[in-house]
Write a protein that binds this ligand. Structure first.
Ligand code: ZN
Ligand code: ZN
Length: 57
């Protein structure tokens, strides 16, 4: 993340929410494969990933 050192998980979480909750990260995390839960970086990335599910089995 930013290399900061924290005494506890709670401190790190609150820090991350305040300092690293930018819009790009939220958009990135909103595209998720419904079959395996993988986080895609873009709709195109998700489409390419989805082909792997349809070809196997
Ligand atoms: Zn940080
Ligand atoms: Zn998947």
């Amino acid at each position: 993340m930013c290399g900061g050192q924290f005494d506890s998980q709670d401190e790190m979480d609150s820090h991350a929410k305040q300092m690293h909750s930018n819009k790009d990260e939220q958009e990135e995390h909103s595209i998720i494969c419904s079959k395996c839960g993988m986080k895609a970086k873009s709709p195109q990335d998700l489409a390419t990933h989805g082909q792997q599910h349809s070809t196997s089995s």
